[in-house]
Design a protein around this ligand. Structure first.
Ligand code: UDP
Ligand code: MG
Length: 150
């Protein structure tokens, strides 16, 4: 495993339902390092870019409407295997297939209201991070997990 960065976003339903703290808590307590974060009401154009891979899917227009319906919390988390482990923490795309203990398994029931996004590969994470954040917004500092006392 190597140190990676992943793009995680709490979707408008997660924000509206008051799940911001709970979701951040899971990534923080897991031991990942928060590198960037902002609350942003993204435009439909921005979201069409974010989900460009899915533009031929029948659910695409509904997805853009959903994602632009309110603010999202956009974040970058860093750590060993952050992309893959982040996806495990999210659960499956369809909450009905997500195990209890995962974010989607614990907090939602509908595939089209599944409260959280996470990058699915290191390459897509790089693209997503550069779409949502400027290089200056990625903050450089040392977290305790990078300088063990014992
Ligand atoms: N989605 C949907 N209906 C579907 C499949 C996906 O509304 O049948 C939405 C859902 O919000 C999902 C997003 O489109 O999170 C992106 O789909 P993807 O296959 O990339 O799933 P993810 O990577 O988010 O698990
Ligand atoms: Mg995806």
């Amino acid at each position: 495993m190597s140190t990676e960065r992943t793009f995680i976003a709490i979707k408008p339903d997660g924000v509206q339902r008051g799940l911001i703290g709970e979701i951040i808590k899971r990534f923080e307590q897991k031991g990942f390092k928060l590198v960037a974060m902002k609350l942003i009401h993204a435009s439909a154009d921005h979201l069409r870019q974010h989900y460009a891979d899915l533009k031929e899917k029948p659910f695409f227009s509904g997805l853009i409407k959903y994602m632009s319906s309110g603010p999202v919390v956009a974040m970058v988390w860093e750590g060993l295997g952050a992309v893959k482990t982040g996806r495990v923490m999210l659960g499956e795309t369809n909450p009905a297939d997500s195990k209890p203990g995962t974010i989607r398994g614990d907090y939602c029931i509908q595939i089209d209201r599944n409260i959280i996004h996470g990058s699915d590969s290191v390459d897509s994470a790089k693209e997503e991070i550069s779409l949502w954040f400027t290089p200056e917004e990625l903050v450089s500092y040392t977290s305790c997990a990078e300088s063990w006392i014992y």
